[in-house]
Design a protein around this ligand. Sequence first.
Ligand code: NAD
Length: 500
Amino acid sequence: MSDSQAKAAASNELERFQLYINGEYVAAKSGKTFLTANPYTTENWAEVPDAGTEDVDLAVEAARKAMEGPWGSMSGFQRAKLIRRLGELIDENAEYLARMEVRDSGKLYREMIFQLKYLPEWFNYFSGLADKLEGKTIPTDKNNFFVYTQRHPVGVVAAITPWNAPMMLMAMKLAPALAAGCTFVIKPSEHAPASTLAFGKLVKEAGIPDGVFNVVTGLDRQLGAHLAGHPGVGKVVFTGSTATGRAVAQAAGSQLNGVVLELGGKSPQVVFEDSDPEAVANGVIAGIFAAGGQTCMAGSRLIIHRSMVKDVVDRVVARAKTIKMGDPQADDTEMGPISNKPQFDRISEFLKSADSEGAKVVTGGVDTDKHGWFVKPTVITDVTSDMRVVKEEIFGPVLCVIPFDTEEEAIALANDTEYGLAGSVWTMNIQRAHRVASKLRTGTVWINSYRAVSPSVPFGGFGASGLGRENGVESILDFMETKSVWVELSGATRDPFRMA
Ligand code: NAD
């Protein structure tokens, strides 16, 4: 990035962005734009193209053409070099992109710079697979055939991402898609579109051919549906809410486009009586107050042995009251604002529902003293399983405390949800730790920890938390088709009216 761009990003000028299609920055065909707000100042800071379906069509066409161009004929060895280079460029531009994400989403700079500096690992990891996409030779029951398989890219990948971590959630899709030899059209959230648009430049600088990476942004939520159901697309990879995931799957289904869905959660932290209360309190805070609870894996249900409730809740509440809230760009801030006004309103509604349904807000609530959309770290007790705050994903810094008496009850409470994204078990008893981990119906379980991820470890959900997995060696298979090739060896003719 140039110095002037970095300067503009650090100042209060309105920054202007364009769509990135076929290696060029372009306006939306309609010429329309929209503004996005900085959630800390609540003022608009960026002007972004408001694309229509015609822009999506152009992006998909560019991506299809790129499959037929130099990218499509490149070896995995060549792709791997370009993917690694892209990772290096992310590292070099990490601060610029992190600051931009903070302005767009209100996430802490200390969190976003960590994410951006970590992202090259996704590109390193998947570049290591690009040159190892092997087929198999397969023995069959037919001696006159030699059979082998090949892997082929699925074609154009349509990615749709939410506002809470645009670069990281893109990287989890882009790195394996490029390694598999696919091309890519991404539609980031209308609430945090800037960094994804800015990213186009890095793809160009890495030497990745034009048309391989394309970005469209728009206010109309149907734009994503148009992309997901586009006949030119081979696979749809979506991260977002469960309700939108269902709509995406329906749109994709109209064209039989494959889908990977990473959706919402209502993740349990299960705490047994033999765990260390200080470590648990720290893990609970990491799980629900880090990132203002605006993460899919937020540990929003504290399912805790009755004998531990007071000790742990007292510690969590004491720490919650000292969490430093404020400017997300400042190094010492621990919680920033809620990312956008609709989300702030949603959390406020949940807090009202807790009150009207008879739960007790021990600490927290909407922060009316601050300018900006702030919600204080909130702890709710005296809940029942039918309350909205217990059942529904809040996507904010709101913890529900649910006591239990026996291990069986703890497991039943943890699994009493339509979601199944993540969870944790806190205990010093190694047998119990593994026994309970295996019984939680969640895609990830942390034992005596919370909120750790890696490019090499599969991530995704059971039930309403999604379909498929991102990360890990096998996730690259989502971006490839398997072809079986049968070679007749004898040269003999055979009965044409029966199967060989
Ligand atoms: P959202 O579902 O409102 O939007 C996600 C994306 O889908 C946005 O780009 C949006 O414009 C687009 N979209 C909206 N309607 C669409 C439609 N009909 N068809 C196609 N696309 C459409 O989610 P959000 O509010 O941006 O993000 C928060 C949600 O994301 C939470 O539920 C959270 O749990 C989830 N999330 C999941 C993971 C995970 O890995 N499982 C990670 C982060 C966030």
